[in-house]
Design a protein around this ligand. Structure first.
Ligand SMILES: Nc1ncnc2c1ncn2[C@@H]1O[C@H](COP(=O)(O)OP(=O)(O)O)[C@@H](O)[C@H]1O
Ligand SMILES: [Mg+2]
Length: 403
């Protein structure tokens, strides 16, 4: 069994490209800058990124299960070259890792002019800037990232994307890598930092409050719920793997001293897919979209034996709502694993009984941070009810969080 804090890989989506769509922009393996590129310490070693194993012409493959791509046939192609940054020891600079990928710190470099009229112009938004490049960590991740590129392309065309998702600059098809703005702070790190700060500076005055402070938590909760409402109601997608590691924080200026000084941005769309048109359905046989999940943050209905055995696990908006509620609980208590002191087996057992998440958390050492009938419970309770069809909808949840 995988540790509860690490995602479990289940299935891989296939069939990413639409037959009718035009081929990718012309690119070649030489788009990667050789190690001699004199840009700081940063150079992209081609060996860091595994060449795409896709041998077929992507423009001629068929689209099958990846319904995230309903409106997008080909991903946005990153127009420039990329230099991966290195640290003093000449090691590639990593922002983070997940179930499928390594995310490197990188810099864009305008493509050498080939004289071709078809060379796409450099994007002023990305040239010379520090970027994040998400590259496959293992062979079976290539298809996942190809699909994610289509999802991010589609999301980038959705109104409001600039406020709610990590900015996407394009895809490197030779390496199945995604290029994004660098947002170096994950919500998971923020939670750990706040929990550490409280541990080193304990106070009875604040022991019944979220570790980051009540106003900041409330503000953060409202912003996060608004992000999810955008994803569900405007973009029409389920995220499928909401958890603190998959939310990035962009600093923002605020006049209010106790406000949450970040804009949360949704990241990691490797498990995302189209919301089924029949929103009351609890499974979708055509979907193999749940490519990874993380038990403590996964809605209990997705962890039932029947779900796991059938392999037809399909997260719905209601399961994202549960996962975000679990994320908000982790932020309140400062316990990233939700159930501190328990082993993986116990954690999975509790996750399967996830509608009792508030009781389980209260039994933990930081449970006092979620007092009964307090504002945290009020916001969380309707989002974790057992029957997914009875869980609060994101639109109503935004309203509740804004009271
Ligand atoms: N745009 C980004 N800027 C900085 N760090 C990032 C960015 N995207 C992801 N990361 C870091 O890399 C980690 C892994 O990325 P993620 O997209 O979640 O990959 P996976 O699909 O493998 O889980 C994240 O938890 C985060 O810490
Ligand atoms: Mg992730």
């Amino acid at each position: 069994m995988a540790p509860c804090d690490s995602p479990v890989r289940l299935t891989v989506r296939t069939g990413l490209h639409d037959k009718r769509s035009p081929p990718h922009s012309p690119t070649s393996a030489s788009a990667l800058t050789p190690p001699v590129t004199p840009i700081g310490k940063g150079v992209l070693h081609a060996e860091l990124l595994t060449p795409s194993p896709t041998t077929e012409d992507p423009s001629s493959s068929t689209q099958s299960s990846a319904q995230t791509t309903r409106h997008v046939g080909v991903p946005l192609i990153f127009p420039d070259e990329i230099d991966i940054c290195h640290d003093e020891s000449r090691r590639p600079f990593e922002f983070g890792r997940g179930a499928w990928s390594i995310v490197y710190r990188a810099r864009s470099v305008p493509k050498q002019s080939t004289g071709s009229l078809h060379t796409p112009p450099s994007s002023p938004a990305s040239t010379g800037r520090i970027l994040a490049v998400k590259a496959p960590l293992r062979r079976d991740a290539h298809k996942v990232l190809q699909s994610e590129a289509l999802t991010m392309t589609r999301l980038s065309l959705t109104p409001g994307c600039e406020n709610y998702m990590v900015p996407f600059h394009g895809f490197l098809p030779e390496y199945d890598a995604l290029v994004m703005s660098a947002i170096p702070l994950a919500l998971s790190t923020f939670i750990e930092d706040k929990a550490d700060a409280r541990k080193h500076n304990p106070s009875t005055a604040t022991m019944f409050e979220p570790v980051q402070g009540p106003d900041s938590w409330r503000d953060m909760a409202r912003k996060l719920i608004t992000c999810l409402a955008w994803l569900h109601d405007t973009a029409g997608l389920v995220h499928g793997d909401i958890k603190p590691h998959n939310v990035l924080l962009r600093p923002t200026v605020t006049d209010t001293p106790d406000a949450f000084p970040f804009e949360p941005l949704l990241a990691d769309f490797s498990s995302a897919y189209e919301i089924p048109s029949d929103s009351s359905s609890t499974s979708n046989v055509n979907q193999t979209a749940l490519s990874a999940f993380t038990p403590p943050f996964t809605a209990p209905e997705l962890l039932s034996l029947a779900s796991l055995r059938s392999g037809e696990i399909a997260p719905l908006p209601s399961s994202d709502v549960f996962s975000l509620a679990a994320t908000l609980i982790a932020a309140a208590t400062g316990d990233l694993l939700l159930y501190p002191g328990s082993n993986n087996f116990q954690r999975l057992a509790m996750a399967k009984d996830g509608h009792r998440i508030l009781d389980f958390t209260r039994a933990g050492s930081n449970g006092c941070r979620i007092p009964r009938y307090g504002f945290v419970e009020k916001l969380i309770q309707p989002a974790v009810v057992k029957d997914p069809t009875q869980r609060i909808l994101t639109g109503d949840w935004v309203a509740l969080a804004s009271c």
